[in-house]
Ligand binder design. Structure first.
Ligand SMILES: Nc1ncnc2c1ncn2[C@@H]1O[C@H](COP(=O)(O)OP(=O)(O)OP(=O)(O)O)[C@@H](O)[C@H]1O
Ligand SMILES: N[C@@H](CCO)C(=O)O
Length: 316
C-alpha cells in the first residue's frame, strides 16, 4: 500500500482548520501510486484528495500546483488545487509538504480502446496549447543529463547485453537531440493510470508531478508507448492512429516532428526503462510499494529500435 506517511483522523481534522472546506467526515488511504502518499478526504463540503509529497519539496511544488490551477481554469479536466484561508495552495502535514485538490470522478482503464486513445490525444494537445500561457518554467529533471548519469549507476545490475543496449541508446539519443522541435509544458507521465474515465468519457488527467518544459512530441511518445502498446511491446496501429489523429486535429504536427517520431518513441522508452531500473535497484529506505517492471520498457525500447532500423532499410 502506497501510504508512506500515516495521517490520523485527529491530525487531519486539526490541519483542515486552515481551509474553508468544512470538517472531516472520512479519511481513506489510496493504495495505488508509487511517488506520494494520497488519501481520499471527505469533508462536510465534499470529496477531495489529500496528497503528502514524499520527495518533492516546498520549493518545487508551486510549479505543479499552479500548473493544475492554470490548466483547470482553461477547461482541462484535471484536479483543481484548493487554497487555504491564507490563500496558499501548499501547506505542511506531519513534516511533509501537503495539498488538497478536487476529487475527479471515474477510474483508470487497463485495456483502452480506440475511442479512449482518441480522447487522450485530444486532451494532451489541449494541455500543450493551454500550457502556452503558463508563466513558470521547469527543466525536465529526467532528461538526457539524468539518464546518462543514472545509466552508469545501473551498470552493475545489468547483464552484458542489456547494459550494451542501454549505453547504445544513451549515446544514440545524445546524437539525436532535436532542439528545434516545438516545446512547452508537458505532462511527462500520461500513462493509463494517470487518466480517469467516467464511463466512456475522459473525466480527468491526474499526477502532474513530472510536468516540466520539454519537447511536445516527446510527451506524445510517452503516451503512445503506454496507451497503444501491444502484448509484445509493439504498437497497436489503430489505437496509435486514433491518438495521433485526435492530437493532430487540435495541434497539428509539423514536418520536423514527423521525421523525429521514431527517435522520440525510443527516448520515451529509455526514460521509463531507466527510472524503473533505478526504483528497483535503489529503493527508498523502508519503502513498501508497487515496484514496476523495468523489463517491460526494455522490451519496448528494443522493439522501437528494431522498428526504426526496419523503416530506414525501406527508405534507403
Ligand atoms: N484528483 C483526484 N481525483 C480522483 N482520484 C485521484 C485524484 N488524485 C489521485 N487519485 C487517485 O489516487 C491514485 C494515486 O494517485 P497518483 O497516481 O497521483 O499517485 P502518485 O503516487 O502521486 O503517482 P504515480 O502515478 O507516479 O505513482 C490514482 O490512481 C487515483 O486513483
Ligand atoms: N508511469 C511511471 C511511474 C510513475 O512515474 C511508470 O510506469 O514507470
Amino acid at each position: 500500500m502506497s501510504v508512506f506517511t500515516t495521517v490520523t483522523p485527529d491530525e487531519a481534522s486539526t490541519w483542515l482548520g486552515q481551509y474553508a472546506i468544512g470538517t472531516l467526515v472520512e479519511l481513506n488511504g489510496i493504495s495505488s501510486g508509487i511517488e506520494n502518499t494520497n488519501y481520499f478526504l471527505t469533508t462536510t463540503h465534499g470529496r477531495y484528495v489529500l496528497t503528502l509529497f514524499e520527495k518533492l519539496t516546498h520549493d518545487e511544488l508551486p510549479y505543479f500546483l499552479n500548473l493544475m490551477d492554470h490548466l483547470a481554469r482553461h477547461g482541462v479536466p484535471c484536479p483543481q488545487p484548493v487554497a487555504t484561508i491564507a490563500d496558499s495552495l501548499l501547506t505542511s502535514l506531519n513534516g511533509k509538504p501537503a495539498s488538497i485538490v478536487s476529487c475527479l470522478s471515474g477510474k483508470s482503464l487497463e485495456t483502452p480502446g480506440i475511442a479512449h486513445c482518441a480522447q487522450v490525444g485530444e486532451t494532451l494537445a489541449d494541455i500543450h496549447l493551454a500550457g502556452k500561457t503558463f508563466p513558470f518554467q521547469r527543466d525536465n529533471p529526467r532528461g538526457a543529463a539524468w539518464w546518462k548519469v543514472t545509466a552508469q549507476q545501473l551498470m552493475p545490475f545489468l547483464d552484458a547485453d542489456s547494459a550494451q543496449v542501454l549505453l547504445d541508446e544513451v549515446r544514440f539519443q545524445a546524437l539525436h537531440r532535436l532542439q528545434d522541435l516545438p516545446r512547452g509544458v508537458v505532462h511527462a507521465d500520461l500513462f493509463r493510470d494517470n487518466v480517469l474515465f467516467d464511463g466512456e468519457r475522459l473525466s480527468g488527467v491526474i499526477d502532474f508531478y513530472f510536468s516540466c518544459q520539454d519537447v511536445w512530441l516527446y510527451d506524445v511518445a510517452i503516451s503512445v508507448n503506454d496507451w497503444c502498446v501491444s502484448d509484445e511491446g509493439g504498437l497497436d496501429e489503430e489505437r496509435m492512429l486514433a491518438l495521433l489523429s485526435a492530437y493532430h486535429a487540435v495541434r497539428p504536427f509539423t514536418p520536423i516532428e514527423r521525421g523525429a517520431w521514431p527517435v522520440m518513441l525510443r527516448a520515451a522508452a529509455l526514460r521509463f526503462w531507466v527510472s524503473r531500473l533505478y526504483d528497483l535497484h535503489f529503493p527508498r529506505p523502508g519503502e513498501l510499494t508497487h515496484a514496476k517492471d523495468p523489463v517491460h520498457f526494455e522490451r519496448i525500447l528494443r522493439q522501437r529500435v528494431t522498428a526504426q532500423s526496419q523503416l530506414q532499410r525501406v527508405w534507403v
